[in-house]
Design a protein. Structure first.
Length: 414
């Protein structure tokens, strides 16, 4: 132990703490950064700092004391982090510049490894945090809010990661950005317990990002909850997709995605809970789909998906499809519209359930038919289809419908 201590003594002796503030040795952050060395810490005391762009080019800890404000004056990228092992904590960072070509924002990481951005408040920025070629970076406990744009073309993302590996994004609140969190070519990353609300496009957006997991997040009243596009092996566990309403809104979009798992999620009060286009080999297990317009819309190019042990409750339509046949497996789900019986008392219905109604098939092809919703004519159509199936796919069936709801809890409720 003593030998180890002596090994680290030169490093400890070389680290310094530089103080910035009205009554401190350094009056500006830029001045302290220029005087610092690798491994030093800069303590920034409360006040408003308008210093344009501050670039950090060596390992450094930048710590706010009393929530100092970094103001970009609507002109600058406020912090540019161009080294490994940088820490930024305890600041309020506001009013970044806007550049739709350079995608500037409040904080940008350039080829940075092992960097931490934590416990900050971001307000009225173009992009909040932009990670470019990051590795093992932690983005945690930040509050990112913007009201500077009413259209997604005039605002950037809350947290944007590009060509990065092992990024941890945890416990952040994001509101009013284009996408709450955007991942493009990001692998092996973990998105945990974030709250994305009222963002102008998606709460969370995957683009060509494989082998990632998102757990325990809430996507509330965004233009759409989550889009997973052109990606493989994505784990989606214990998330809440809620209140995503609008003409073409959905809780979860799956576009050209394969080999992924969706389990223990809550889909509630969405126009469409899950929309699938080109989704293959996805396992849906123990999800609640409740109080939605459509619980699932499945395009005809979706194949070999397994929908098992889910609850379909109080949806206007449980399932809709664009094709005349389906190659997906529905098994042992609970359907509140199921009116079958269980004579052998094994908790599985004795009569198979066909979740695709004739009326939902007609609405899919002709939306104006919704004018007949909840009329006697619709009831007559569905009852006739059950007796003499004609337009709905024969193999669109749950052979073992459950008589009772599947009980489980969200990860965040444990």
């Amino acid at each position: 132990m003593i030998r180890l201590l002596f090994l680290f003594l030169p490093f400890l002796a070389s680290s310094a703490v530089l103080k910035v503030g009205k009554n401190e040795p350094y009056k500006s952050i830029s001045q302290a950064v220029a005087a610092s060395k690798s491994g030093d810490s800069i303590m920034v005391h409360s006040g408003v700092y308008r210093e344009g762009n501050i670039s950090i080019n060596h390992p450094l800890s930048l710590i706010g004391v009393g929530r100092p404000v970094l103001d970009g004056q609507m002109k600058y990228e406020i912090l540019s982090l161009r080294a490994d092992r940088i820490v930024v904590k305890g600041f309020k960072i506001i009013n970044s510049g806007e550049d739709q070509i350079k995608n500037i924002g409040a904080i940008r990481l350039y080829n940075s490894r092992f960097t931490t951005i934590a416990n900050n408040i971001f307000e009225n920025n173009y992009f909040g945090i932009y990670i470019q070629r990051g590795y093992r970076c932690l983005i945690e406990n930040n509050r990112i809010i913007s009201n500077r744009a009413t259209s997604q073309e005039r605002i950037g993302d809350g947290i944007h990661a590009w060509v990065s590996d092992e990024i941890w994004i945890k416990n952040n609140y994001i509101e009013g950005q284009r996408d709450g969190i955007y991942l493009e070519k990001v692998i092996n990353s973990y998105i945990y317990r974030n709250y994305a609300k009222k963002n102008l496009r998606y709460g969370l957006h995957f683009m060509s990002s494989n082998d990632d997991v998102y757990v325990g997040n809430t996507f509330d009243n965004n233009n759409a909850g989550v889009a997973v596009m052109y990606s493989n092996n994505v784990g989606m566990v214990s998330n809440s997709f809620i209140n995503n309403w609008g003409d073409a809104n959905y809780g979860l979009l799956l576009k050209d995605i394969s080999f992924s798992k969706i389990k223990h999620n809550r889909f509630q009060n969405n126009t469409t809970a899950i929309f699938m286009d080109g989704a293959t080999k996805i396992d849906f297990f123990r999800n609640n789909l409740e109080d939605n317009g459509w619980a699932m819309k499945i395009n005809s190019n979706c194949m070999e998906n397994r929908i098992v042990n889910n609850n379909f409750v109080n949806n206007v339509f449980d399932v809709s499809t664009t094709g005349t046949m389906t190659m997906n497996d529905f098994r042992r789900n609970y359907w509140d519209k199921y009116s079958g019986y269980d004579l052998d008392k094994d908790k599985i219905g004795d009569v198979p359930y066909h979740p695709l109604s004739l009326y939902s098939a007609l609405v899919e092809n002709n939306p104006s038919v919704m004018l007949l919703f909840r009329t006697f004519f619709v009831d007559l159509l569905d009852k006739t289809e059950k007796i003499v199936p004609s337009l709905t796919p024969e193999n669109f069936v749950d052979e073992q419908p459950l008589m009772r709801r599947v009980e489980w809890r969200l990860e965040t409720e444990r």
